[in-house]
Write a protein that binds this ligand. Structure first.
Ligand SMILES: [Zn+2]
Ligand SMILES: [Zn+2]
Length: 126
């Protein structure tokens, strides 16, 4: 059990160093350097648990493995459908907030939204 939480801490610490939304595979390769006996399945399990607990977020990418993000606050992503790269949008690009209390919004309570841009990154768009 002790070992288990140590693994989880290490997985989380490794992810916290990233701003590039790594896959479980990417994280596994890094975590393994500190903890050679860890398995890919363990890394997956810990990532799943951390995402379920809201400590990190999981991003689904079409035709590509899920990515993980230590940044759980609402922020928009750009997802390249060519290579599966996930980027945060720069802060100076603002996303319109969709809110209201009349019309369609009447009687509905909005707690959040997911905003994602899909397309091709600079490398894939060439
Ligand atoms: Zn790309
Ligand atoms: Zn992000």
């Amino acid at each position: 059990m002790k070992n288990f939480s140590r693994q989880r801490t290490l997985v989380l610490e490794t992810l916290l160093k990233h701003r590039d939304h790594p896959t479980a595979d990417d994280l596994y390769r890094e975590v393994k350097e500190d903890l050679p006996q860890i398995s890919l399945g363990t890394v997956y399990r810990n990532l799943k648990k951390l995402a379920e607990n809201g400590v990190i977020s999981r991003i689904s990418v079409p035709d590509s493995p899920d990515r993980y993000d230590p940044h759980t606050g609402m922020h928009p992503h750009f997802i390249c459908t060519g290579c599966g790269t996930v980027e945060d949008l720069p802060d100076d690009i603002t996303v319109p907030e969709i809110r209201g209390d009349s019309g369609w919004f009447k009687g509905r309570e909005i707690h959040g939204s997911v905003f994602q841009l899909y397309g091709l990154c600079r490398k894939c768009g060439k």
